[in-house]
Design a protein around this ligand. Structure first.
Ligand code: ZN
Length: 254
């Protein structure tokens, strides 16, 4: 175990998580994610450098704004902690490598997508486009030198299968699956190739079924509430980036 590397990975995860909180709030509202700097949502006082320290500042201030004493949602530090946890766990499996750089970035985008889809039942096109561009760069910079141009064919097939199959599901389900989900599955197909995409789809349906049943059984969600599917695709993509190849190895005929 290379402890300093894990430490750096988790600190970076916290800092990126703090930035994701800004993205999650501002992107769907079409506000700039750069200016103005972060401010208290209640009294609009700009946050000082000290108040921007992820998690710690929240704990020191006991979850309240220093200026107006308003309660700050615990979701901000939770998103920071979750991001750090996801990235560090992924680092453990992928190591200090180019794939980690790309899949770690994918994880950050997926965290933002998950929260926005959970809040508003939309997946912003900007995030899908960002994933698409990042995926193309990943294929050209990492995969192409390893597998050659022909070796990228499964990724093209994955793009078409992912988009096509989910478009069909979206049409058949009559609105249960949205356009954002269709685009996300196409982009995931491109990243992973069609074989790992099958693993991803399987994991997304399983986690979707289990978690939805849990939400209904515990009455957190009612029968008529919409449960967005984007977060399950995101969770499945994250798991596939780590366990996908080992799961695929159970099916040698694929
Ligand atoms: Zn305030």
């Amino acid at each position: 175990m290379n402890l300093p590397a894990y430490f750096v990975a988790s600190i970076l995860g916290l800092l990126f998580g703090s930035f994701l909180n800004v993205v999650i709030y501002r992107l769907p509202r079409e506000e700039s994610i750069v200016t103005p700097g972060s401010h208290c949502p209640h009294c609009n006082t700009p946050l000082t450098a000290g108040e921007l320290i992820p998690v710690i500042s929240y704990l020191i201030q006991k979850g309240r704004c220093k200026t107006c004493d308003a309660q700050i949602s615990s979701r901000y530090p939770l998103v920071e902690l979750a991001t750090a946890l996801f990235v560090t766990f992924q680092f453990h499996y992928l190591g200090p490598s180019l794939p980690f750089l790309f899949f770690g970035s994918m994880t950050l985008i997926l965290v933002a997508m998950t929260m926005i889809d959970y809040d508003l039942q939309i997946i912003p096109d900007e995030l899908n486009v960002l994933l698409l561009v990042l995926g193309v760069v990943y294929l050209l910079a990492v995969r192409l030198p390893e597998v050659g141009l022909r070796g990228l064919l499964p990724n093209l097939v994955g793009f078409l299968v992912g988009g096509g199959l989910f478009l069909l599901i979206a049409v058949l389900s009559g609105g249960g699956m949205g356009g954002g989900d269709v685009k996300l599955m196409a982009v995931m197909g491109l990243w992973f190739g069609w074989k790992l995409l099958l693993v991803l789809m399987f994991l997304s349906f399983i986690s979707g079924a289990v978690i939805s049943l849990f939400l209904l059984a515990t009455k957190i969600k009612g029968r008529k509430d919409a449960i967005p599917f984007g977060p399950f695709i995101a969770l499945a993509a994250y798991l596939t980036s780590i366990y996908g190849p080992s799961i695929l190895a159970w099916y040698p005929y694929l």
